[in-house]
Ligand binder design. Structure first.
Ligand SMILES: Nc1nc2c(ncn2[C@@H]2O[C@H](COP(=O)(O)OP(=O)(O)OP(=O)(O)O)[C@@H](O)[C@H]2O)c(=O)[nH]1
Ligand code: SF4
Ligand code: SF4
Length: 312
């Protein structure tokens, strides 16, 4: 029987999330850079292929590539071609460099892409990304991804107080009836951006109230809402123990370290220079030290003098 990678909290690792570079051509006000500062040389095609091959022996069948901006890697197509067969290979990108490469990426084995799109307003886009003139390139990237069949294309919208809260309806109209999914993401506190943090639970309640249907994903127990031909997924990571208890991905940094949690940097495991046997050991060890970042508060046991509430 195939062995699997289960941590001490019963969470099974089925997916690797690999950062290919720390570099990016944008400078978003909230960037978390996958919680890393990778200072060594960038992970190579061979390192990626070996690690993924070993992980698949343990039932890992999904890989997500992210960055920085992963399309700054000119060898991304080589990376894709070097992978063993997997159920799902996806890429998270800012979309600015995607249009000319979308078809080739599909041919090299990429299944789908997630593209950051916080706003439909190019002025706001410049403000968020701290760059000028990139909005139309992202739109070209979205269209090229659809044409190439890198679908469903998920649009990542970080929900930002005072910047884009008023654009949810516009985004829903944009995706309706197309192979697009809107993913609304609660802002995490990186780069001191918390002043833009907006309460996403109110939005989630209103979506739930008007949705035709909704369904819970296994990963992070995220909910997807279906609204008359539009699919909206809510990503609510903060103080959410259910999200962390259903975290099934292990991160790999751009300088080839295993990273058990996005929000921690004190327990990275370096892989550079290890042979296949060493990689396998390191993989199992790292799964053993994984823990949910947000944990549910332990349920207090009633004191002897307290009446135990009956089940019904
Ligand atoms: N705290 C936390 N946030 C995450 C994690 N994974 C994703 N996120 C958040 O979700 C955002 C979008 O992630 P994506 O890279 O588009 O991928 P995804 O939505 O997680 O994965 P798919 O839906 O399978 O494509 C990230 O920028 C994070 O803000 C995680 O493991 N922990
Ligand atoms: S596009 Fe992504 S990696 Fe680049 S600055 Fe924005 S959030 Fe960070
Ligand atoms: S444990 Fe929680 S915070 Fe850490 S990576 Fe998983 S979901 Fe994110």
């Amino acid at each position: 029987m195939q062995e699997s990678l289960v941590d001490n909290y019963g969470r099974r690792v089925t997916s690797l999330r690999m950062s290919l570079t720390n570099r990016c051509n944008l400078q978003c006000i909230y960037c978390h850079n996958e919680g890393e500062s990778g200072s060594g040389g960038e992970i190579t095609v061979d390192e990626i292929a070996r690690l993924v091959r070993i992980a698949t022996k343990y039932g890992v069948d999904r890989v997500k590539f992210s960055g920085g901006e992963p399309l700054l890697r000119t060898d991304l197509e080589d990376i894709l071609r070097a992978l063993p067969p997997l159920k799902d290979i996806s890429l998270t990108t800012n979309g600015t460099l995607l249009a000319p490469r979308a078809k080739g990426l599909k041919e090299a084995g990429l299944d789908r892409v997630n593209i950051s799109l916080d706003t439909m307003d190019s002025g706001r886009f410049d403000l968020i990304t701290q760059r000028k003139g990139q909005f139309s390139r992202v739109m070209d990237g979205i269209n090229a991804a659809i044409d190439a069949g890198l679908t469903p294309v998920k649009l990542n919208m970080v929900y930002l107080k005072g910047i884009n809260e008023d654009e949810i309806e516009r985004m829903i109209e944009f995706i309706r009836g197309r192979p697009l999914v809107l993913q609304v993401i609660e802002l995490m506190n990186f780069k001191g951006a918390f002043k833009y943090h907006a309460d996403i639970s109110a939005l989630e309640h209103s979506l739930k109230a008007r949705a035709d249907d909704y369904k819970c994903r296994e990963m992070h127990r995220r909910t997807k809402y279906y609204l008359n031909g539009a699919e909206v997924e809510i990503v609510r990571p903060i103080d959410n123990s259910e999200f962390c208890m259903n975290c099934n991905r292990l991160r790999v940094t751009s300088d080839f370290k295993l990273k058990p949690c996005l929000l921690r940097n004190d327990n990275l495991v370096s892989l550079r220079g290890l042979d296949d046997e060493g990689l396998e050991k390191a993989l199992r060890y790292t799964v053993g030290i994984r823990e949910p970042f947000f944990k549910a508060a332990p349920v207090a046991m009633p004191k002897k003098s307290e009446k135990v509430p009956s089940e019904n």
